[in-house]
Design a protein around this ligand. Structure first.
Ligand SMILES: [Zn+2]
Ligand SMILES: [Zn+2]
Ligand SMILES: [Zn+2]
Length: 577
């Protein structure tokens, strides 16, 4: 009989002693519980009061005072009893063994060590529940009795089949990054934790869950932003100083490659054009001289003169090339070969509005405009994202007039902590959630910086995001994940099922015959497990349990405590608090 019932019983015995025989049945129905004390106390008070009334004592007031004091004494007695009870348990909730071993069991049939009746203790009587096969340590997966190689260790009625996919998934998980290790020498996996009954499992507050399959993923996370694809971004300026005469495009306007956004009047343009015409005329003259000499009979002209004429032609040709190049530098390419043979006026007409679209050239022609006009063209297809040009303004080549971007594809740049960077490789999937948004964008990793930021110790990475409906905006901030591994069918348990016993991660697997008969031992097996990714309260088990096995979850600390207790004094150095 334990202390829990002894103390209150003492109080009630005191009370019972004062009762007449007729009151005894009341006490019997109350039993030994605390609840019996107070009614008994009031019965005693009635008794005492009755005694006072029957008595012929000359001092009834003294007796009445005693009668008032008795309940107080009893209450004090109960408090002392409670104090003794509390002190006995160190003011803590009673431990596993007290809970699992219900008070009804006689002390003679009680295994103190394992907290169950001696007659059913599977640890003390090896015949009650013979230990299963022991395959020892698995080098590949780092667990004892590996169910991936020996599925018969699973606490399932039928031995499950291990699919190749399960072995491959475990290999992927182990290859990706170092996982917490278990101690090959540890013997804790052989332990079994037994309860006296299903009721005592319930009293101990131990819950169970099925091992199941769930999608799980591992990633590297970083903050970042969406910006325009910097290879599809153009900054447009006038190549030479001048005055803006007309502006055709504004912010938000779509432009095609080659579209004229503005026209600048630049004297340099007129000068280069007239240089070109002069060079072409000089080349023509030199060419005619050489031809004339070549047509004459030998000896009429001195060889010296022919050489001089040929040198002059070569020089004139170089002059044409040079001014052709000068026009190209202004963004006004022209093919001199196609202008040879034209008159000076014809050449000038070709050059006057060089680079302007036909329609625009006609407008300027009718206005009798100068030949100084320089179009500012977009080199890419996209949208005008910035416009600084204003008609009448004096500009030069350092001043950007427009910015044009192609928003159909955006860059996502992320900053990844240096210590995570070694997990990254090109082609990995990147998911990005803009701040204040719930939708997720996806792209592929296309660039990883070879340097880390000096101050922040971050490594910059980039992914391309396609943006067909143009919903993504430049300079959108948010959080991105680079997916290292995505497993749709990972084997998982609730994270609270997993414990660290000092050298191994373990779970408690319910015995497969737990419910077979009421007498079946209520046993949980200790299983070492290799823990992978953890997500949303579930942890991946790379190896150690199989789907449909049952593990202790909430309240499984009770099992861990009992495991530590079982291993105390057995010299198992690995088990620690
Ligand atoms: Zn035992
Ligand atoms: Zn294995
Ligand atoms: Zn261990």
């Amino acid at each position: 009989m334990n202390t829990k019932t002894n103390i209150p019983e003492t109080s009630s015995q005191v009370a019972m002693a004062a009762l007449p025989d007729s009151q005894e049945p009341l006490c019997d129905t109350m039993g030994n519980s605390h609840a019996a004390v107070l009614p008994t106390a009031s019965s005693e008070r009635d008794q005492t009061v009755a005694a006072v009334e029957n008595s012929s004592s000359p001092q009834p007031t003294i007796l009445a005072r005693i009668a008032q004091t008795v309940p107080t004494l009893l209450v004090i007695g109960v408090l002392v009893g409670l104090g003794f009870f509390g002190h006995h348990y160190g003011w803590k909730i009673p431990k596993f063994s007290e809970l699992t071993g219900s008070g009804v069991v006689a002390p003679t049939d009680w295994c103190k060590e394992h907290g169950v009746p001696e007659s059913v203790c599977v640890e003390c009587d090896p015949y009650l529940m013979p230990a299963g096969p022991d395959y020892g340590w698995c080098e590949v997966h780092g667990v004892h009795n590996c169910p991936l190689e020996h599925p018969d260790v699973a606490q399932l009625k039928e031995t499950p089949a291990i699919e190749t996919a399960d072995l491959e998934r475990a290999a992927r998980a182990l290859a990706l990054m170092p996982r917490p290790e278990n101690d090959p020498a540890c013997k804790v996996y052989k332990d079994r934790i037994q309860f006296a009954s299903i009721e005592s499992v319930r009293q101990a507050g131990v819950d169970v869950e099925l091992v199941e399959r769930r999608p799980i993923s591992e990633w590297v996370e970083g903050n970042g932003e969406i910006i325009y694809d910097q290879t599809r971004l153009a900054e447009l300026s006038a190549r030479v100083p001048g005055t803006v005469t007309r502006v055709f495009k504004n912010i938000g306007d779509s432009v095609r490659e080659g579209d004229v956004l503005a026209v600048v009047d630049a004297m340099e343009v007129g000068r280069v054009k007239s240089d070109f015409v002069k060079a072409l005329v000089a080349e023509n003259l030199a060419s005619q001289t050489v031809s004339r000499f070549q047509g004459l009979a030998t000896g009429v002209v001195a060889g010296r003169q022919i050489i001089a004429a040929e040198a002059a032609l070569a020089e004139a040709q170089a002059g044409v090339l040079s001014s052709e190049q000068a026009l190209a530098n202004l963004g006004l390419p022209i093919d001199a070969a196609r202008l040879r043979g034209l008159t000076k006026k014809e050449v000038w007409n070709r050059l006057r509005f060089l680079g302007l679209p036909h329609e625009l050239a006609n407008q300027y022609f009718s206005q009798n405009s100068t030949a100084n006009l320089l179009p500012v063209r977009s080199p890419i297809e996209g949208v005008v994202i910035d416009r600084q040009a204003v008609a009448g303004e004096v500009v030069d080549s350092r001043r950007a007039l427009f910015r044009v971007a192609d928003p159909s594809r955006m860059w996502l740049t992320l900053n990844i902590p240096l210590e995570d960077a070694h997990h990254l490789s090109l082609g990995q999937t990147v998911r990005f959630t803009p701040d204040g948004s719930t939708s997720e964008l996806a792209g592929q990793l296309t660039w990883i910086s070879t340097a880390a930021d000096r101050q922040t110790r971050m490594v910059q990475v980039r992914a391309n995001l396609s943006n067909p409906d143009r919903q993504l905006r430049d300079e959108t901030f948010g959080t991105g994940r680079i997916i290292l591994r995505e497993e749709p069918d990972a084997i998982v348990v609730p994270t609270e099922a997993i414990h660290w016993e000092g050298c191994c991660h373990i779970v408690f697997v319910r015995d497969k015959n737990y419910f077979t008969t009421p007498e079946s031992p209520k046993v949980f097996h200790v299983r070492s497990v290799r823990v992978g990714a953890t997500q949303d309260g579930f942890s991946e088990i790379i190896a150690g349990v199989l789907p449909d096995e049952v593990v202790a979850t909430q309240g499984s600390d009770v099992l861990r405590s009992q495991l530590l207790k079982n291993n105390l004094g057995e010299g198992c150095a690995c088990v620690a608090e």
